[in-house]
Design a protein around this ligand. Structure first.
Ligand SMILES: [Ca+2]
Ligand SMILES: [Ca+2]
Ligand SMILES: [Ca+2]
Ligand SMILES: [Ca+2]
Length: 356
């Protein structure tokens, strides 16, 4: 499999600071079956949400999927307008899901610049647990879409979460984006919980054990370096150093033509000089190299820890990557912090494959 030099354009995943006070989510009540509903928001009004604006952005009510919804619109340069609220989910058991309807619109359809996100934090630790990319470029108007997100793995041990609905505008002031959200539901259920199925790899598209780095394009910043370091067995990729606002990463193109399902798995470890901040650390990003659009973000470790130790993650990308012949995979460390707060990350055994 070849390696290709590709134009590198940065996506900076924003983490806007902190939220102010909140009156908390709606009290839990029983919905369908054994569902416990923690948040059921139809946006008849915006009460209970903290609005965080930037540039010339406005957040107000507009036509939603069902009745009214919330609308983020305006323009700005490098702005991340969002609304968030804290939801008490103490005592949840079984599985926990977030459902919402959204629509995202962009001035242009040819850029990887991102648009609509939903972010989930552990509020008690100010740590980011989940990054849901809803629309990541390559579109002019998604129309209304529905998304159901299984947060069970990401909210393990969390009793107070913050949900943030966000538009990211990395673009010049005269290129605008807008997003709508509606019918946001957060609920847990024991009976709806699904056991993760076993997956047997079939065709392998990438099987990287990091015995060398020759097939990767390396993009560093600040004092960051990439080297062959400690792996799960033998060597792995180690990204280390320091800098303010640096996003060192490696990427490569992977041919997935003919895939009828696409799975990604990898081992990773992330370390931070502080265990108390929501600042992020290790990510995997997947792009459509032709459209330069971002298709999936997997947050591996998002703050609130000193050292994760080695962990394993397996992700079903079949829906996000359906119909593509090639993708770009990027292994990324984000250092949004000052120069004297450092982070490092390790990656090993990165595999992309079809299920048998
Ligand atoms: Ca509504
Ligand atoms: Ca703009
Ligand atoms: Ca290895
Ligand atoms: Ca730093």
């Amino acid at each position: 499999m070849g390696c290709y030099k590709t134009l590198f354009i940065f996506i900076v995943l924003s983490l806007c600071f902190g939220c102010l006070t909140d009156d908390g989510g709606k009290d839990g009540y029983n919905g369908e079956g054994d569902r416990v509903v923690y948040l059921s928001e139809s946006f008849d009004d915006l009460s209970g949400w903290n609005l965080h604006l930037g540039g010339e952005y406005v957040i107000d009510k507009d036509q939603g999927w069902n009745g009214s919804g919330v609308h983020i619109h305006g323009d700005g340069l490098y702005n991340f307008p969002n609304l968030d609220r804290i939801v008490d989910i103490s005592g949840w058991s079984g599985g926990i899901w977030l459902e919402l309807d959204f629509r995202a619109k962009s001035f242009g359809e040819t850029h990887e610049y991102t648009n609509a996100y939903v972010l989930v934090f552990d509020d008690s630790k100010s740590s980011l647990r989940y990054v849901g990319l809803l629309a990541g470029g390559g579109i002019k108007d998604t129309g209304w879409k529905h998304r159901k997100i299984d947060l069970t793995e990401y909210l393990d041990g969390v009793s107070s979460m913050k949900v943030r609905l966000q538009l990211q505008d990395h673009w010049e002031a005269d290129h605008s984006q807008e997003a709508w959200f509606d019918e946001v539901e957060l609920y847990s259920s024991v009976s709806e919980q699904k056991e993760p199925g076993e997956v047997t790899p079939g065709a392998m598209f990438l099987d990287e054990d990091f015995s060398d780095l020759s097939c990767w394009d390396i993009h560093m910043g600040g004092l960051y370096q990439a080297e062959l370091g400690e792996g799960v067995d033998d060597s792995g990729l180690h990204i280390f150093g320091d800098g303010p606002n640096n996003f060192p990463n490696v990427d490569r193109i992977v041919d997935i033509s003919g895939a009828d399902s696409v799975w990604l798995e990898l081992d990773f470890r992330a370390k931070s000089s502080s265990g108390t901040h929501e600042y992020t650390n290790a990510y995997v990003q997947i792009f459509d190299p032709d459209k330069k659009s971002l298709l999936h973000i997997e947050l591996l470790a998002g703050g609130g820890f000193l050292d994760t130790g080695w962990r394993h993650r397996r992700i079903d990308l079949s829906n996000a990557l359906s119909g593509l012949d090639s993708i770009k995979i990027r292994l990324l460390l984000e250092d949004n912090w000052e120069a004297d707060h450092s982070q490092e990350a390790w990656f090993d055994n990165v595999k992309i494959f079809s299920a048998q």
